[in-house]
Design a protein around this ligand. Structure first.
Ligand SMILES: *Cc1c(COP(=O)(O)O)cnc(C)c1O
Length: 404
């Protein structure tokens, strides 16, 4: 038996053995349907009724101008306002969650569109203290100086935090990198009662893994740079909402401030979206298999993953999410142990970000996250499950042997 096959995971998604204290199938096929329609319907939404000779793939239209009549009318008048490729992608993203969608050249711009269109001097904004740092920094740098009161709260404390007096509450669940959960339905009810708007950053889970709008959120924002595009080759984002007024204000901000996506990037995301269900299913299966295998292996001080029954919000994860996401939090003894492991593993790209086909990992303390020095965020990709698990466990063994 070779060293590698010692940790063989057996079958594809999650191994043959279901260890105790871990939950079952990572993605229940019945739960990966989209608002009563499956992803198959989504993929085939344009398959019928097209005139012969019509391309199935949307066109890339690189233009700044459109021809106009003496009285400008129609959808396409100037390219900061509209592009046929944007229309196609926004229709697709909107169809995924029965909402309207507005696309942006980054997730950060999508978040900025919410801040700029919702907040006025004197308004209060609530964010997580342990959520995505860029969102918090943008609020502190651009909202606070114009008189918006920016408050933060730990994810674990959100359930006990009063929402009274807040104009906007923007939350991320699972939080990153801590992977704590927020009960979206409960927050939406409390937010409504307080007259606040609740916006969920759904970047980690995508519209297929979690449905905040169905749970009562007013809007969702995404960094499509991550899982949604999934190929680590474009920076992109979008906002989706069923509130026409909210969405119109977001669209207005894009038109006037000019945070517009390029036609080529738009097309790349359109193509990435076609394989989302496939990639997400594999990622979730890989992440669950890895989390289980690492927990069983015992070399890590802690393995945090919402799919493990040891996770404090596992019950909520089962209720609220389809699959448990592609991030696994791994705490090793110290910085050296973590670096040795990262060096040893061939299948972990040394990068930040997550959601791509290739697994990656990094020590988050290097960015100033309030986590242990030995904390690693594993961003699980789409490699074959068996090979990925075997290599990660082999690297774990190698890293622990190097120490002794
Ligand atoms: C990456 C990220 C963003 C910012 O998105 P960009 O596409 O990098 O601008 C916002 N929220 C979350 C949760 C993210 O992970």
């Amino acid at each position: 038996m070779s060293e590698d096959s010692k940790h063989d995971m057996g079958g594809d998604a999650g191994g043959q053995r279901q260890p105790e204290g871990t939950s079952g199938s990572p993605v229940d096929p019945a739960r990966s349907t989209v608002a009563g329609r499956g992803f198959a319907d989504f993929l085939h939404r344009n398959s019928k009724g097209l005139a012969p000779g019509t391309a199935f793939s949307p066109a890339i239209v690189p233009t700044s101008i459109y021809s106009l009549s003496s009285e400008p009318s129609g959808a396409y008048q100037y390219a900061r306002w509209a592009n046929p490729g944007w229309t196609a992608l926004e229709q697709a993203l909107g169809a995924l969650e029965d909402a309207g969608a507005v696309i942006f050249p980054s997730g950060a711009a999508a978040v900025a569109s919410i801040f700029a269109s919702r907040l006025r001097p004197g308004d209060r904004l609530l964010l997580q203290s342990d959520g995505y740092m860029g969102t918090r920094s943008a609020a502190e740098k651009y909202c606070a100086p114009i008189g918006v009161l920016v408050d933060t709260c730990e994810t674990a404390q959100i359930a006990h935090r009063s929402f009274d007096g807040y104009r906007l509450i923007l939350l991320e669940t699972p939080s990153n990198p801590g992977l704590d959960l927020v009960d979206i339905r409960a927050c939406a009810l409390r937010s409504r009662a307080s007259g606040s708007s609740l916006v969920i950053d759904n970047t980690l889970m995508t519209p297929l893994g979690q449905r905040p709008l169905d749970l009562g959120a007013d809007a969702v924002v995404y960094s499509d740079t991550k899982v949604l595009n999934g190929h680590s080759d474009v920076v992109f984002g979008h906002v989706a909402s069923r509130d026409a007024e909210l969405l119109a204000a977001v669209l207005d901000w894009r038109r006037l401030c000019g945070a517009i996506p390029g036609p080529f990037e738009t097309w790349l995301v359109q193509r990435g979206l076609e394989t989302l269900e496939l990639r997400l299913t594999r990622m979730h299966a890989n992440a669950l298999a890895l989390a289980q295998a690492l927990a069983r292996h015992g070399a890590a001080v802690q393995v945090a993953y919402p799919g493990l029954s040891s996770h404090p919000a596992h019950e909520l994860a089962l209720r609220q999410m389809s699959g448990f996401g592609a991030l696994v939090g791994l705490t090793l003894a110290n910085k050296d142990a973590a670096e040795r492991f990262l060096q040893a593993c061939r299948y972990l790209r040394p990068t930040t970000s997550f959601g791509g086909l290739h697994s990656s990992a990094e020590r988050r303390a290097r960015w100033g996250d309030r986590v242990a020095e030995g904390f690693i965020r594993l961003a699980v990709g789409c490699e074959p499950t068996r090979e990925l698990c075997a290599e990660v466990l082999r690297a774990m063994d190698q890293a622990s042997q190097e120490r002794s």
